[in-house]
Design a binder for this molecule. Structure first.
Ligand code: ADP
Ligand code: MG
Length: 240
């Protein structure tokens, strides 16, 4: 569904991605782990062209998205992204936050957008917060809204960049639960996270990234129980 071939990204003289060739299958949950500064966010941001690759090819559903003729906005509609910071629209109620893009961008009717929004709020356990404002919600609740808002566009892939890193510890579980439900519903997901429990439980495949390359990858068992590379072993020893 989503492929990269020899993907590189440089910022000035610094090469942050050094030739990444990957293939993400439809319905797959891929978790990316690795030390800070290794290029995980840059990789995710290249996938939906928030960063322009320096070289290499990215194809999404068989189409070369690095081609200058690609309609980036259309592409982004198919890829939901959730960041560490929730970035909800603070002056809009929760339900409005979910309705706005489907109406403005997809041309969905208000009634349909409202129906979709309500059913998504139910999915993330926040039906009672439809009329609340972001500022009145906890961090965990805001992040669940951010996930629902991304889903309101009916994306084909969801990209998550450390979605629980900014949360107080007691709120991490509720967000991971929503992500796990989403994974079980068959959504294709690429998740950068330090939550190794989630990676073990939910990932189909784990990629260990360091210094702009994917050092090794495999099933959660392979990576966590039998890491082959010293860099992977060192990293896991430090965090587990
Ligand atoms: P990670 O998410 O694994 O912590 P990042 O992808 O955020 O790593 O960053 C990888 C490297 O790229 C870091 O050295 C970072 O400073 C650099 N970098 C990321 N984004 C930019 C940018 N917009 N401009 C310059 N350097 C950047
Ligand atoms: Mg990052």
């Amino acid at each position: 569904m989503l492929k990269t071939k020899e993907l590189t990204k440089s910022f000035g003289k610094q090469t942050v991605l050094k030739g990444i060739t990957e293939d993400i299958q439809k319905g797959e949950v891929v978790v990316i782990i690795g030390p800070s500064g290794s290029g995980k966010s840059t990789f995710l941001r290249c996938l939906n062209l928030l960063e322009e690759p320096t070289s290499g090819v990215i194809t999404f559903e068989g189409i070369d998205i690095t081609d200058s003729k690609t309609n980036i906005n259309q592409l982004r509609e198919k890829m939901g992204m959730v960041f560490q910071s929730f970035n909800l629209f603070p002056h809009m109620s929760i339900i409005k936050n979910l309705e706005i893009a489907p109406i403005k961008v997809k041309g969905m009717s208000e009634a349909e957008a409202n129906q979709t929004a309500l059913s998504l709020l139910e999915k993330v356990g926040l039906s009672d917060k439809a009329e609340a404002y972001p500022g009145n919600l906890s961090g965990g609740q805001q992040q669940r809204v951010a996930i629902a808002r991304a889903l309101a566009m009916q994306p084909e892939v969801m990209l998550f960049d450390e979605p629980t890193s900014a949360l107080d510890p007691e709120m991490v579980g509720e967000v991971l639960k929503v992500m796990q439900d989403l994974a079980e519903s068959g959504m294709t997901m690429v998740v950068v996270t330090h939550e190794m429990g989630f990676a073990k439980e939910v990932a189909d495949r784990v990629l260990f990234m360091a210094d702009g390359v994917i050092v090794e990858q495999g099933t959660p068992e392979e990576i966590f129980d039998h890491p082959q590379h010293e860099r992977t072993q060192d990293f896991l020893n430090k965090i587990l």
